[in-house]
Design a protein around this ligand. Structure first.
Ligand SMILES: Cc1cc2nc3c(=O)[nH]c(=O)nc-3n(C[C@H](O)[C@H](O)[C@H](O)COP(=O)(O)OP(=O)(O)OC[C@H]3O[C@@H](n4cnc5c(N)ncnc54)[C@H](O)[C@@H]3O)c2cc1C
Length: 409
């Protein structure tokens, strides 16, 4: 075998790529993490970022297992205990309460940059990880016994395995010639960080109306993140409104129980696209997170799925390394894909059912979904199972999601 500069090269140091680098690095794998943009440092005086995620309990355990959770807590997070889901066109509603299943919280709302910075603080403390930022790759090649990338400064790196963790527009996926099935939902998400009259709440809510869902995610202090799903034209119109007019439309649309919105800190929008790579693997190459799949964000599962991908890859690669097997072999990569593809497909499909089911105005569909929300609220075992599933506490979980970083070689 020819000489490798590293065991693993990860392209993309977002939340998922940084989780992988922290895990591999702590188990002694020589890892290169290539990221094109250094995230801005955190300051407690800064207002919250626009991009926030509902971090599930399983994802929290993964962050704990790699030692990144204390840094998240030191920066900023907002725990929530309850989640209310209701049909804006009917009477059906379901309240999920963590106390029902004897858990202290359902999850935490965390700014994406906070999660990324916390993981990168672990990565940067490890001698085994080379943090190569700001850099992109200009070429990628693989053959039977190694994989190489060329960086934009001309440096060539080689390893047994390349990981594409470079997000929805993955360059690695394109360079590897992996096809992706993309399907826009025809909807955009308008996200607004706002100041609220009422202090931090411990509840997230989601209301479904035919134009799309509306969601409220609490943030620390008197702040919140509001997400309004709508067609592209309406989102563009809302984004361009003067602040006072925008607040007036929000107040008229979002439930009164949230109290007054006093200020709009930031507004942005994202197109909603469902995508699934035809394969998660290539020769000595593997895709994780948004590079492999993107889903409708209404249930806040995107990064949680990506972390589960990372957890599964960590299990497979560290096991192979422990027993002296080639970590970039097709056998190892296929085992990863087998474990993840079906699960991700189910989650993508479930979001489709929500999206189409609540957009449908036909009476039988309306009655059915109200009945479904009612049943979900009253049949406790069903409700508790759904909660555990969404929190990542049910099913066959990777070691990291059970709070353990697997042994190294
Ligand atoms: C409106 C909206 C709301 C959402 N809300 C939630 C939520 O509540 N909960 C949740 O779990 N998920 C949510 N998501 C999804 C979540 O943001 C993504 O699933 C998550 O960011 C994916 O993480 P990632 O690390 O795979 O990719 P990314 O976060 O996209 O990170 C990719 C990284 O790779 C870098 N990169 C890209 N290309 C290159 C290259 N060529 N070379 C080097 N580096 C490169 C980028 O700079 C970036 O740092 C939401 C998404 C949207 C659109």
């Amino acid at each position: 075998m020819r000489h490798h500069t590293h065991d693993v090269i990860i392209i993309g140091g977002g939340m998922v790529g940084a989780m992988l680098a922290a895990s591999f690095g702590q188990r002694g794998l020589q890892t290169a993490l290539v990221e094109m943009q250094e995230p801005a440092p955190f300051s407690p005086d800064d207002p919250p970022d626009l991009r926030v995620s509902a971090i599930s309990i399983a994802s929290q355990r993964m962050l704990e297992a790699v030692g990144a959770w204390p840094a998240v807590e030191d920066m900023r997070l907002c725990p929530y205990r309850r989640m209310l889901v209701w049909d804006g066109e009917g009477r059906g509603e379901t309240l999920f309460d963590s106390g029902d299943i004897y858990e202290p919280v359902l999850g935490n709302i965390v700014e994406n940059r906070v999660t990324q910075l916390a993981l990168l603080s672990v990565v940067k403390s490890l001698d085994s990880v080379d943090w190569l930022c700001p850099h992109r790759i200009t070429a990628l090649s693989t053959d039977t016994d190694r994989a190489s990338v060329t960086l934009d400064n001309g440096q060539v790196l080689s390893a047994a395995l390349i990981v594409g963790a470079d997000g929805a527009r993955s360059q690695v996926r394109d360079l590897a010639g992996i096809q992706v099935e993309r399907q826009p939902y025809g909807q955009h998400a308008l996200v607004a960080t706002v100041s609220t009259e009422l202090p931090q709440q411990d509840i997230t809510w989601q209301r479904f109306v035919p134009d799309g869902p509306q969601a409220f995610l609490p943030l620390p202090g008197h702040q919140a993140s509001m997400v309004w799903y709508h067609n592209e034209d309406n989102v563009a119109r809302l984004k361009a409104l003067p602040e006072a007019a925008f607040i007036a439309e929000m107040q008229a649309t979002f439930p009164q129980r949230l109290g007054a919105i006093t200020q709009v800190i930031e507004r942005g929008s994202f197109p909603l696209i469902k995508s699934h790579a035809a394969s998660y693997t290539g020769q000595r190459l593997v895709l994780v997170g948004d590079a492999a799949h993107t889903i409708h964000p209404l249930a806040g599962q995107g990064v949680n799925l990506g972390f589960m991908d990372a957890g599964e890859l960590v299990d497979q690669v560290l096991h192979a390394h422990r027993i002296g097997r080639d970590i970039g072999s097709a056998r190892v990569l296929r085992a990863y894909e087998r474990a993840r593809r079906g699960y991700n497909r189910i989650m993508i499909g479930t979001m489709d059912v929500f999206h189409h089911g609540f957009a449908d105005q036909k009476l039988p569909v309306k009655l059915l979904r109200n009945a479904a929300l009612d049943v979900a609220n009253r049949v406790k075992p069903l409700k508790h199972f759904a909660m555990r599933y969404a929190m990542g506490l049910a099913g066959d979980l990777p070691s990291l999601a059970r709070g353990q970083l697997p042994d190294g070689p």
